[in-house]
Design a binder for this molecule. Structure first.
Ligand SMILES: [Cu+2]
Length: 180
């Protein structure tokens, strides 16, 4: 349906051009505002499972409804041909996370259709960070399935989104509707 091969390539070029920016700040989006966005959930608190399918470049379902304080297990499958992410955060946090993902593309960690773990090790060694493992997200290669268990907060505007360069912009984002 919505395959955007060209977009990914364009984003990669942007990422490369960003490498000349000396002080690209790493916003620690996934961690600093954890209380506002919710918190990692315990398996024993899970009230239900929501299945999410990622394709190129969209999610099924398109939006998710949860209750305030609810703990949900998300079983996320990547049915696309590209690497995709399922990340629960505010719109502003997704924006802050994008440069990190650009950096991963730039260092060869994030290839279009696979995660290069060798490159991640090198990036980790040279820069002190490589593949980040945040509890609010899962990054999956094509065909892979992963899981996020999340306890939702109250009254926060949250989105689930993919921060692989170009994907958010091409529509890989959905609203999380919180209800009482
Ligand atoms: Cu994606």
């Amino acid at each position: 349906m919505k395959k955007r091969y060209a977009l990914y390539a364009a984003a990669a070029v942007i990422a490369l051009s960003l490498s000349s920016v000396p002080d690209l700040v790493f916003a620690d989006a996934g961690h600093s505002k954890a209380s506002k966005t919710g918190s990692p959930g315990k398996a024993s608190d899970v009230s239900r499972t929501i299945n999410v399918t990622m394709s190129d470049n969209f999610y099924e379902p398109e939006s998710i409804a949860v209750k305030e304080g609810e703990t949900v297990r998300f079983v996320v499958k990547n049915a696309g041909e590209f690497v995709h992410e399922f990340n629960i955060a505010t719109a502003e946090m997704h924006k802050a996370h994008a440069p990190e993902m650009m950096m991963m593309v730039e260092h060869g960690v994030l290839e279009a259709d696979r995660i290069n773990r060798e490159a991640a090790k090198k990036m980790q060694a040279s820069m002190g960070h490589g593949l980040h493992d945040a509890p609010n997200s899962v990054l999956l290669e094509p065909g892979k399935t992963g899981e996020v268990i999340w306890t939702f907060p109250k009254k926060t505007e949250l989105e689930f989104a993919c921060n692989v360069p170009g994907h958010y912009e091409s529509g890989m984002v959905g609203k999380i509707k919180l209800s009482h």
